[in-house]
Every structure is written in C-alpha cells, then in structure tokens.
Design a protein around this ligand. Structure first.
Ligand code: MN
Length: 231
C-alpha cells in the first residue's frame, strides 16, 4: 500500500513539474527575429550574415572555466553625481556587469538622486518587477495601474523603507528631501529593460508624427514639436 502512495505522489509531482515548466521562458531582450539557419544566415534575394544570434540572453561560458570574478562586482558603495537634467543616476549590476547572472533572472541597481527634486522620471521595466529600498534621504515614489483605472499608488519613503513597483507599470521616484538620496533597486530579471516615457514618446528616432502626439496628449502641435526638439 505504501508503494501505491509513493507511486501516486510521484505521478502528482511529475505532472506538477510538467505544468510549471509548460510556459515559454520570458524574453531577455526586446525582440528576437527568427532565423531558420542556426548559423544566422538569412535567405532571400541577398544573403545577410549576422554577427551574433541571441537565443535568450547570452551564450554560456564553459562552466569549467568560470571563476569567482564572473559572479562579483564592487563599488556599489560609491556615490555618483547625478550630472543630468533629471537629477538621478542609475548604476547597474546586471548580466553586463556580472556575467554570472546570465539566465538567473535577477539583477540590482543603485540609484543616486540629487537634493531637492532629483528624480528618476516616469519609466517602465518591460520584463521585471522592481523592489526598492531607500538607504539615504526621503523619496516620494509611485506607480500607475493600467487602463481603464490608471490608479496612482504613491508613498513617501525614508531610510529602511521598501516599496514594490509591479512589472510593466509606469513608476517614478522623486527626492523630496534637502539632501542627496540613495536607493537600491532589485529586479526579477537579469535584463529588466528600461523605457523612459518622455524619451520614448518625444525622443524616438525617427520622431513620431506630431499630429499623433498632439491628439494623444491634447497638446498644441507646436508644443509637441518643441518637446521633440528638446528630447
Ligand atoms: Mn524603475
């Protein structure tokens, strides 16, 4: 009888693991144009030779050649000056900086905000949820839910406070204190993706037709044009 119980448990576990692994892995780059040739040689009138093929993320190093350095990065304690218009600078630790992160589905960033209004402007991580902990200063943070509600969830954060920004939602952080602020943000992707709303909408290359943006933002077309010139 015990054998039967073991068999039932085994079958249940086996089917559970099949269910868990049934979905496709999340993409680790913005897109992956399919090619039928594993060498990256595309057919058609002209043959095009691609320099690389990205499968999902990056190719893997021979594991016997891996070293502790592949899993290591230092310098996250060093402040950086936000020398830009928005007043924040992001220091990344993803698969570019730590090759050992490849395929592990995790990364982290340090964000430095200038005093009095430094902000990480509204943006989206297309592939990751973000969890942020404030180390120094006071931030006002928030995210907006998807349509039709477009509900704003906002909170004032002080050192030690933690806040979550769900994947794919527009979110922001603003330094509302009189001194510099520092936060650490962790992501459930080795390559979370970053879409700065203003840059993407008004700074695309080539520019989006101003008529489209004027109607979408209920703005004068000349204002749209000015914003496109500035972005
Ligand atoms: Mn973010």
């Amino acid at each position: 009888m015990e054998g039967v119980h073991f068999l039932v448990a085994f079958v249940l576990l086996a089917s559970a693991s099949t269910f868990v692994s049934a979905s496709d892995p999340s993409p680790l780059q913005d897109f992956c144009v399919a090619t039928n040739d594993e060498n990256g040689i595309d057919g058609g009138m002209f043959f095009v030779f691609f320099k690389k093929i990205f499968v999902n993320g990056k190719f893997c190093k021979d594991p016997t050649l891996a070293t502790p350095e592949d899993f290591f990065l230092s310098g996250f304690n060093n402040p950086r000056d936000p020398l830009n218009q928005v007043g924040s600078v992001v220091t990344l630790a993803n698969d570019e900086q730590i090759p050992g992160l490849n395929t592990l589905g995790i990364s982290i960033a340090r964000i430095d905000y200038s005093a009095l209004g430094g902000q990480h402007p509204p943006h989206i991580h297309s592939r990751a949820t973000e969890i942020l902990v404030v180390l120094e200063g006071t931030l006002r943070v928030g995210f907006v839910t998807s349509s039709p509600d477009n509900r704003l969830f906002t909170k004032e954060l002080n050192p030690g406070d933690v806040f979550v920004f769900p994947a794919g939602l527009i979110h922001f952080q603003e330094n509302i204190g009189s001194s510099c602020a520092v936060a650490l943000a962790a992501f459930n992707s080795q390559n979370p993706g970053d879409i700065a709303i203003s840059d993407a909408v008004f700074g695309s290359d080539p520019p989006i037709d101003p008529d489209v943006l004027a109607k979408a933002f209920r703005m004068d077309k000349n204002v749209v044009h000015q914003m496109q010139l500035r972005s």
